[in-house]
Write a protein that binds this ligand. Sequence first.
Ligand code: DQA
Length: 155
Amino acid sequence: MSQPSARPWVRVIHGPNLNLLGAREPEIYGSRSLDALNTSLRELAAQLDVELDLRQSNHEGQIIDWVQECRRVASQRSVGLIINPAGYTHTSVAIQDAIRGVSIPVIEVHLSNIYGREALRHSSVTGVACAGVIMGFGFDSYLLALKHLAAELTR
Ligand code: DQA
């Protein structure tokens, strides 16, 4: 039987429309692509000795399934989740429930500062269920979240 790995495992979920990063509203989200963001995350994860699992979906149910799946992995490994629910941030009670249902540290991230934008983006339905929310720092929002989880999961 294989031994459970001691390395922490962090899943990153990019929500709807983040597949268009770089092309979509670059004045807000920047001109770098999702591949570039994932490359930066992989480089940092290698330095921190964290195993990364990177996902993107435009579908709420798929995101919920991926959040729930973390429960199964957490029975074997030390697990954390970084999630950018994108547009679902402001609407999805179902994603909030999924986050509440996993007993692992979850950090919500946003590239932009949602409080500096239109009023409809000022509340996060999903963020209230998370350990913390990091926003407004572009790619660094994700990188800061990964640094925090790497420290917390090896503590
Ligand atoms: C976002 C902010 C959301 O309001 C928006 O719907 C997104 C991206 C961000 O990363 O800044 O799609 O989550």
